[in-house]
Design a protein around this ligand. Structure first.
Ligand SMILES: [Zn+2]
Length: 246
């Protein structure tokens, strides 16, 4: 009887996931399993999937130190090196945005353009995974801000410097609308402002670990002062994933 109920429940869950497009994609290449991840790729090389699993574990170890905790269950990561096949897995609304995509907390979808970009994207998605498991109630801006601040794209230049060049009235206006993300205009600029706010909180907030951000409150005047006067030294404790993990 119990088994019957469980089977029925499993069927229901599977059909719900299917209905929302959350069935884990099957890229038909090699797979690899590590302590915390199930990696599926579109590449025939077993070495490739093993190297992705290794990168995931490296990012995971760095994130575990930053969060002071870790998700318990094994997490599927689907990696495409073929952009067209990757985009077919995205919801139509996301395709044009070049999103890398996560399906709520079910799996991460990563486009692996090359080793550096692939690892950065993977780390970004794993921040979302940590947030979904350890900080499930945080607002969107904090979720995305954390992913950008802890796993910045190394090829994208100094994003914090770019935020610092925004005019003060513009910055204040962006800060006021952070809570409405992902709705509204200037999605990508506001996500960068969110990341700058997270960086500010990590640098100055006297936080025990990343989870303490949940109760942290932004004071816009202090943030703006910090953004203008900062010396560019990141604190040792909250370095980005790849700096902390190597
Ligand atoms: Zn993201």
């Amino acid at each position: 009887m119990l088994l019957g109920m469980r089977a029925l429940w499993a069927l229901l869950v599977v059909s719900l996931l299917g209905a929302t497009g959350c069935t884990t994609p099957e890229p038909r290449g090699t797979s690899a399993e590590s302590a915390h991840y199930e990696i599926r790729t579109d590449q025939g090389s077993a070495r490739f999937s093993r190297s992705v699993a290794q990168a995931a574990e490296q990012a995971h170890a760095a994130l575990k130190r930053l969060y002071g905790d870790e998700p318990v269950s094994s997490f599927p990561v689907v990696v495409y090196t073929d952009q067209r096949a990757f985009e077919e897995q995205l919801a139509p609304a996301l395709r044009a945005k070049g999103f890398v995509g996560e399906c709520e907390d079910h799996y991460a979808l990563v486009l692996w353009r090359d080793d550096d970009k692939g690892k950065d994207t993977l780390a970004h998605e794993l921040v979302h995974h940590f947030n979904a498991e350890l900080l499930p109630d945080i607002p969107y801006w904090l979720d995305e801000g954390l992913a950008k601040a802890l796993a910045p794209k190394r090829t994208a230049g100094d994003w914090l410097e770019a935020v610092a060049t925004l005019r003060e009235d513009e910055l204040r206006a962006r800060l006021r609308t952070l809570d409405s993300l992902p709705e509204g205009e200037d999605y990508s600029v506001r996500c960068l402002v969110a990341a700058a706010v997270v960086r500010f909180a990590l640098e100055t907030g006297d936080l025990a670990d990343v989870r303490a951000l949940e109760k942290w409150k932004l004071r816009p005047d202090d943030f703006l002062k910090w953004l203008r006067g900062r010396r560019g030294n990141l604190s040792k404790r909250f370095q980005p994933v790849w700096a902390a993990g190597s």
